[in-house]
Ligand binder design. Structure first.
Ligand SMILES: [Fe+2]
Ligand SMILES: [Fe+2]
Length: 184
């Protein structure tokens, strides 16, 4: 059991949201009006679950543990992952900024949302691939079982502090609902 198992599972949930973003971007580009409540909830999921909680676990605990194990932050995969997280926040902000305009069916807001959604989905798809196939295997190789256990405990604390009890389940229910609505 690796601490990275938890992060890999979260990646699967995030990938569902990325698929939905792709569909919403298609709809926006086709000139269809979007279900704004869904957009709002997905942006909240990305901001809270994907960024604050999931990226928080990586930035506050996993990456520092890897640095302590001798993997340099600069010039290697950790630096690349951090840059991706920063870029991802910009796309989330762009989608959130487009929300008021989407409510009033503004074509400019629709185009801005589609750009942000596509940019985010492409960035995070590649990011998750790099973590799953490059960075996490390093963590699985370099960190001891004890370190994995400590990380897993720390991840639980971050989850309680940043998203709160029960909210994880609510996000999974959201993912199930939008997967059914947009991807089936
Ligand atoms: Fe990440
Ligand atoms: Fe990740």
């Amino acid at each position: 059991m690796y601490a990275t198992d938890d992060l890999r599972n979260e990646h699967e949930g995030i990938k569902v949201a990325l698929g939905v973003l792709g569909r919403l971007a298609d709809d926006a580009e086709a000139g269809q009006s979007l279900d704004i409540d869904d957009v709002d909830q997905i942006v909240d999921f990305l901001r809270t679950f994907a960024d604050k909680c999931h990226h928080g676990k990586e930035e506050d605990l996993l990456f520092p543990a890897l640095e302590r194990a001798g993997i340099p932050r600069e010039g290697g995969p950790i630096g690349v992952m951090l840059d991706d997280h920063v870029q991802g926040r910009k796309y989330i902000a762009a989608m959130a900024d487009a929300l008021p305009g989407l409510r009033s069916d503004s074509p400019a807001a629709s185009a801005a949302f589609a750009d942000g959604a596509r940019g985010y989905a492409e960035l995070l798809t590649a990011h998750i691939f790099k973590e799953n196939n490059v960075l996490f295997p390093m963590a699985e190789q370099y960190l001891t079982p004890n370190q994995h256990e400590e990380l897993a405990e720390g991840f639980e604390e971050i989850e309680e502090q940043r998203i709160g009890p029960g909210v994880h389940e609510a996000y999974h229910a959201l993912l199930d609902r939008v997967e059914e609505k947009y991807l089936s």
